[in-house]
Design a protein around this ligand. Structure first.
Ligand SMILES: C[S@@+](CC[C@H](N)C(=O)[O-])C[C@H]1O[C@@H](n2cnc3c(N)ncnc32)[C@H](O)[C@@H]1O
Ligand code: SF4
Length: 385
């Protein structure tokens, strides 16, 4: 039997539809199509079985329905995909199955059906606890809707996380302090807290280029907001375990940890990415982005894959470095050496350690709290070697 992948093994499924397009979002999401549930079930089943036939023997530890808005999925598609995965691979007893939900599309019966299908963790896109900000972010839900959805989720599932976006237009440090304190009083075991990023190609980027996106915090205020976030979350018992993710010990998203530990994941559905070893060679896979083209390709050509690239050891090592240094756990130095055949430049490590930006403990290299503030610069520095 093949040894289980380092970092774990999971399956990501992408649901590409949303009720509307949020102006800051650059995810693969599409609005206003009617769907045929049976065609989607067949396509997910076919892709799952294709990968299972090709992949070395593996044990699935996590399944993640991401989007788009997976809480718009008819529950029978969710159930069909989970059943197909259970038939295709062995699964661990305590498998984690997460589904991303939008407050506007949550209703109690649908959640009960997701739970019956096997989902055991919800990640809810609350985004803001302030109605004006929700409007600015182009969200269709209100704070009232978000709280209602959170209550339904918490009554249905043991594990519920929610997302907030901060460093928004016209948000002061004090506003964020109040909002985050309220969020922490509502939170279960996990919170994702993202700084607003103006992504290329989005409506926000266009607005910013025209000088229209006013009131965004400058670098100093953003850094203060980040530091305040770390402080309040630590005090509430939900320290960061990754740049934007906070949890009680043991309640980390196991699926996302697979990405950050350089593990393996199959990516299924329009635009999904995967990292998977097939007959000992690690590949980066990417599916066709357009939903109808993906469905069509799976039905007619028996594959929704657009690209499959064999990764060289230096590329695998670099990805591992870039992903793992996002976590507080950090990078396993022996594993990095085993993949790349060399160690990270000792001179660079010394320089960054003397500056108080990196630290080494028990064979792991990680960013210090000071280093996390300039993580992108550190990553550029040590990867450019
Ligand atoms: C796959 S997305 C969307 C999930 C779900 N459809 C929703 O909108 O609630 C996951 C999370 O990424 C965050 N996000 C997306 N775009 C962002 C951006 N430009 N800046 C900061 N956070 C962003 C949001 O918090 C969002 O909940
Ligand atoms: S609902 Fe989520 S995935 Fe859909 S457009 Fe908005 S942010 Fe993007």
């Amino acid at each position: 039997m093949q040894e289980q992948a380092w970092g774990g093994f999971g399956v990501y499924l992408h649901w590409p539809y949303c009720e509307s397009k949020c102006p800051y979002c650059d995810f693969n999401s599409h609005v206003g199509q009617s769907i045929e549930p049976d065609a989607w079930i067949s396509a997910f089943e076919a892709e799952i079985s294709r990968y299972a036939t090709q992949s070395d023997e593996r044990i699935v530890e996590t399944i993640y329905f991401g989007g788009g808005t997976p809480s718009l999925m008819p529950a029978k598609i969710v159930a069909g995909a989970i059943d197909a995965i259970r038939k295709a691979w062995r699964t661990v007893n305590d498998i984690e199955i997460t589904l991303e939900a939008n407050p506007g599309s949550v209703d109690a019966s649908r959640f009960a059906d997701y739970r019956a299908a096997g989902v055991n963790r919800i990640s809810l896109g609350v985004q803001a606890l302030d109605d004006r900000s929700l409007k600015q972010l182009g969200r269709r839900h209100s704070v009232y809707d978000a709280l209602k959805a959170l209550e339904i989720a918490q009554n249905t599932f043991d594990r519920v996380s929610f997302d907030l976006i901060y460093a928004r237009q016209d948000q002061s440090l004090e506003d964020w302090q109040k909002e985050l304190s309220r969020a922490l009083s509502l939170a279960g075991d996990h919170l994702s807290l993202y700084q607003l990023t103006v992504e290329d190609g989005t409506a926000f980027a266009e607005r910013a280029a025209r000088g229209g996106l006013r009131g965004l915090p400058d670098e100093d205020l953003s850094a203060e907001m980040y530091e305040l976030t770390q402080e309040l979350c630590c005090a509430a018992g939900l320290p960061a375990y990754e740049v934007s993710n906070h949890s009680r010990k043991g309640s980390e998203s196991r699926h996302n940890m697979i990405y950050w530990r350089g593990g393996e994941y199959i990516g299924i559905g329009p635009g999904a990415h995967g990292r998977v070893s097939l007959k000992g060679q690690r590949y980066a896979t990417e599916a066709i982005r357009n939903p109808s083209e993906w469905l069509d390709a799976v039905a007619r050509l028996s594959s929704g894959e657009k690209k499959r690239e064999a990764l060289q050891s230096d590329e695998i090592a670099l990805e591992y470095l870039l992903m793992s240094l996002r976590t507080t756990e950090g990078m396993n130095l022996k594993r990095y050496e085993a993949i790349s055949g060399r160690s990270v430049s000792p001179a660079k490590l010394d320089d960054l350690s003397v500056l108080g930006l990196l630290q080494q403990e028990n064979g792991y290299l990680s960013a210090t709290p000071k280093g996390r503030l300039v993580l992108n610069a550190i990553l550029r520095d040590i990867s450019d070697d």
